[in-house]
Design a protein around this ligand. Structure first.
Ligand SMILES: Cc1cc2nc3c(=O)[nH]c(=O)nc-3n(C[C@H](O)[C@H](O)[C@H](O)COP(=O)(O)OP(=O)(O)OC[C@H]3O[C@@H](n4cnc5c(N)ncnc54)[C@H](O)[C@@H]3O)c2cc1C
Length: 270
C-alpha cells in the first residue's frame, strides 16, 4: 500500500518576484528549498512507512531542477520519486496544480493501492493551502486539514484517526481511507539524511512524467487551465511605529499610555 507525499520546491526567500505579464513566479537566479511544511509531511510518511510498512512515493510538479529536491526525499527514505514537469504544466494556479497532482496519484493508484496522500498545510510562496483539499476533492478522498498528530491507521477497518489543531482547541477525527492529510509543523521533528542514503540517492531514478505520458487536456492544465491569475504582488505598507513614554525609566507610565492608545483605537474596552 502506498502513501503519496506531495512536495513543492519553493524559493528560499520571502521576496518572491512575479512576472508582470503572466503573474507567475520568476524562478531564475533564486535558490530553492523543499517547502518547509512538506518536510514534515515527508517525515510523517516515513514514520507511517516504519510503523505500517507502507511504501512512500513522492510527487512534485515543477521545473526540471525540482529533481534536486526529489533526490533529497529519496535520501531521507522515500521509495519512489516522480517529477511532473512539462512546459504545458507551467503557470498553473491551484486548480490546475491540483488537477495534475490528482491525475498523477490516480496513475500511481493503478499499480498500487493508495492509502493516504500527505501534503503540507500550505506553501511559503503561494500560501493558499488549497492544493491538498483540491486533490482530495478531485479524487473523492476524505480530507483532513490542520493535522498535528496521526493517532492511528486501522488498515482492516480502513480508517485513519487524526488530531486537528483548531483555534484554542483540538479535535479528534476519524475518516475512511483513502484520505488526504495536510499537516502542521508541530506534527513531528524531521530527520536528517544519512551519508549512505545521500550517496544512494545520487544514483537513484527520479521518474519523469511529462504531458506526453500524462495525456491531460491542455485546456485543464498550466496557464490555460487556470481560473485565476496573480495580477500584482506587493508587501503591505506598514504604518510608522510610535514610541510611547519611556518604558526603561517609567514602565507604569508607558503601560498607561499604551492602554489609553488601545482604548482610543477601540482595540480594547475597559
Ligand atoms: C506569491 C504567489 C501567490 C500566488 N497566489 C495564488 C493565488 O492567489 N491563487 C492561485 O490559484 N494560485 C496562486 N499562486 C500559484 C501557486 O503557486 C500555484 O497554484 C501552486 O502550484 C500551488 O499553490 P500554493 O503554492 O498556494 O500551494 P498550497 O495550496 O499552499 O500547498 C499545499 C500543499 O500542497 C502541495 N503542493 C502544492 N503545490 C505543489 C506542487 N507543485 N507539487 C507538489 N505538491 C504541491 C504541498 O504538499 C503543499 O504543502 C501563487 C503563487 C505565488 C508564488
Amino acid at each position: 500500500m502506498l502513501v503519496v507525499t506531495c512536495v513543492k520546491q519553493v524559493p528560499d526567500t520571502t521576496q518572491v518576484k512575479v512576472d508582470p505579464v503572466t503573474g507567475t513566479l520568476i524562478r531564475e537566479g533564486v535558490p530553492f528549498i523543499m517547502n518547509p511544511f512538506d518536510i514534515h509531511a515527508l517525515e510523517e510518511s516515513l514514520r507511517l512507512k516504519d510503523k505500517y510498512r507502507f511504501r512512500v512515493a513522492v510527487i512534485s510538479m515543477g521545473p526540471p531542477n525540482t529533481e534536486v529536491t526529489l533526490r533529497k526525499t529519496l535520501a531521507l527514505g522515500a521509495d519512489e520519486a516522480v517529477l511532473l514537469s512539462d512546459r504545458a504544466f507551467g503557470g498553473a494556479d491551484t486548480l490546475a496544480t491540483s488537477m495534475v497532482l490528482a491525475e498523477a496519484i490516480r496513475r500511481l493508484a493503478q499499480s498500487e493501492e493508495v492509502a493516504m496522500v500527505l501534503c503540507g498545510r500550505q506553501t511559503i510562496d503561494g500560501d493558499t493551502a488549497q492544493v491538498g483539499p483540491g486533490i482530495a476533492t478531485r479524487l473523492g478522498y476524505s480530507q483532513l486539514t490542520l493535522v498535528d498528530h496521526i493517532e492511528n491507521v486501522d488498515l482492516q477497518a480502513r480508517k485513519v484517526r487524526c488530531r486537528r489543531k483548531l483555534e484554542g482547541r483540538h479535535e479528534i477525527v476519524e475518516a475512511p481511507l483513502p484520505a488526504m492529510i495536510a499537516v502542521l509543523r508541530e506534527i513531528n521533528r524531521p530527520r536528517y539524511p544519512m551519508v549512505p542514503m545521500r550517496l544512494m540517492a545520487e544514483d537513484a531514478t527520479v521518474t519523469l512524467w511529462d504531458n506526453k505520458e500524462m495525456e491531460l487536456s491542455e485546456e485543464t492544465i498550466g496557464l490555460k487551465g487556470s481560473a485565476t491569475q496573480v495580477r500584482r504582488i506587493f508587501s503591505p505598507e506598514r504604518a510608522k511605529g510610535e514610541i510611547l513614554g519611556d518604558g526603561a525609566s517609567n514602565p507604569e507610565e508607558a503601560a498607561r499610555l499604551l492602554i489609553d492608545k488601545l482604548v482610543e483605537k477601540d482595540i480594547v474596552c475597559l
